[in-house]
Design a protein around this ligand. Sequence first.
Ligand SMILES: NC(=O)c1ccc[n+]([C@@H]2O[C@H](COP(=O)([O-])OP(=O)(O)OC[C@H]3O[C@@H](n4cnc5c(N)ncnc54)[C@H](OP(=O)(O)O)[C@@H]3O)[C@@H](O)[C@H]2O)c1
Length: 303
Amino acid sequence: MTETLVFGRNGQLGQSMAACSHHYPELQLKFASRNECDFTDLDSILRIIDNEEPDAIVNTAAYTAVDLAETNSDIAKLVNCEAVRTIALAAAKRSLPVVHISTDYVFDGQGAFPYRETDKVGPLGIYGQTKLAGEIALSSVTDAHLIFRTAWGYSPYGDNFLKTIMRLLSTKNEIAVVDDQTGCPTSFLDLAAAILNILPAITRPGFDKFGTYHLCSDAPMTWYQFSMKIQAEASRILGDSWSGTECKIKPVTSESFQQPASRPVNSVMATDKFKACFGFGLPAFRQSLITTLTKLSEGQDHA
Ligand SMILES: NC(=O)c1ccc[n+]([C@@H]2O[C@H](COP(=O)([O-])OP(=O)(O)OC[C@H]3O[C@@H](n4cnc5c(N)ncnc54)[C@H](OP(=O)(O)O)[C@@H]3O)[C@@H](O)[C@H]2O)c1
């Protein structure tokens, strides 16, 4: 039985891990919410690790508000970097492996290729900068880490692009969606299952695959293209009675959508390293999209 302390109970990924966990009876997961352990109070991290005495740690918690981070940089740095360093130090003291989630926003988006793990980083905003600082803090303290850089997460849980588009499609006649940023929309149910799949192995002596990996879908597209695919599949699943089928989706440039934080134009990441090391990749994009939309249509829509 691998006892794992998961930071981040109510986030998209935390809830996705909880939803998938019944497929992994050999894992015992203890989820810690912000109420139980607030990353702005670094001592609370040490206390919970001391109390739980886990075999492994998964950190899904982060300051994820990309635009707000521009004005709340101190909190973003504390949560995304200093808290991660604290986890790393406590884990190293106890020889615990740490799985940590990072982001495609560590890249500046100017590369015209799928980014590899070895490619130059250059975050454009505070969120990406603090996430990169968290990666560096973790990897410089302990070798026993897996950093999974993911992208464009969607799930039945929390706030995400897919749920926003579904709501807008059902309530508007026309919506405008950015068509000049390309990334890989990733089901966090898939990401959760991949993490849970790997967890038992990382606590075994001799595990030699620690490091940084890109772990996202292999389906590059723009936000506009993603919204079109959401509409097409949702129309098929929900049928004629769904009002969202009629909504017109208009492609627009990022310039017409002024946001405080700059986003990378191209944050497509190559996942070959993960597949080669672990022997599997995330499921095909379309099937994952259908799975999430089906769960939403069955009323599995959670805050
Ligand atoms: N969503 C994306 O599109 C995306 C893309 C690339 C990378 N990522 C990365 O993937 C990971 C998971 O993202 P997500 O979408 O699941 O995030 P999310 O839905 O925004 O949830 C954020 C999580 O962080 C926790 N948290 C925030 N502030 C905290 C604090 N001060 N103390 C303790 N916990 C705190 C929240 O706690 P509660 O459980 O108490 O609410 C929640 O569990 C993050 O590392 C994120 O950077 C996400």
